[in-house]
Design a protein around this ligand. Sequence first.
Ligand code: MN
Ligand code: MN
Length: 327
Amino acid sequence: MFHHVKELQFNARVSEPDVRFAKLLLEQFGGPNGELKAAMQYFVQAFGCRKAYPDKYDMLMDIATEEFSHLEIVGATIQMLLTGVSGELKNAADESDLTKMLDGQVAKENYIHEAMINPHFFIVSGGTPTLTDSVGNPWSASYIMGMGDLTADLRLDLGAETSAKMVYENLMKFTDDVYVKETLRFLMTREVAHYQMFQAALDTIQPNFPPGILESDPKFSNKYFNMSKGENFKGPWNEGKSPLMGEEWQTIEDPIQHVRDTNGLLEEEAIGTDRTDKSVQSTNKKLSSERKDMLERASAPKNGSMSWSVYGDHEKLKKEKNTAVAK
Ligand code: MN
Ligand code: MN
């Protein structure tokens, strides 16, 4: 269950209202790389790994909950940056004339200008954050990625943290408010922390490459297709050993001829690798049965029913368990 704590995780402050930056910051509220996306992605991924990987479930739920706390910080900051907008809108209903509530012609023109470039805050939301990106596209569940396999999901999460970090880094260039910058720096830093947590968690699952269970085809796993003419660059991506599988890279210098010579790659040979079709099949069998056993052991119903949670005093339960083991 969730329990709302009234204080923000970070003491977010702003110097003064700034409707322009509030609009940009919406990107991290309801945008594709924002806090809601991160929170929902880790939250949804967590369910599937609860039984087989309770430690990763705990981490995913902790990070998801922290992302909700970031969403709250971003929302609060947007609201502070919009100070005055919502009040002025309410006034407008009574006065029906902007000049009456604004101090002079310049203020009125500024107000109308802001309303023109930020219609969302002035016309649609009435001066509160909305679940859209900075140009008004509604938040979408299609931002969420999860494949039901932790070695894949954690890699998707590394991507999510990368883009979230970059959006904060870019946002910081568009405000001079030292307090807002301080909050953005905190939020950006936490994404860097999360990146390392996901990487460390991925490293504890072995083997974890390639993602998922099935091995790749040794005929094609270390081939570099030189798909262009002119200068050919060399680097560890096409020369020496491949970094994760340790196979020797093979460059196909003339892919057109090669495809013709091999009957459309059907007669391709595995070179520069110790893997064979036979070894791949046996590795596939072994890993799928290991992972299947792990899931089945973890999810077998006990005493005719399934329960997600154990209730009671956790310290007491732990002590009872330890005494039982000791006996
Ligand atoms: Mn975050
Ligand atoms: Mn994060």
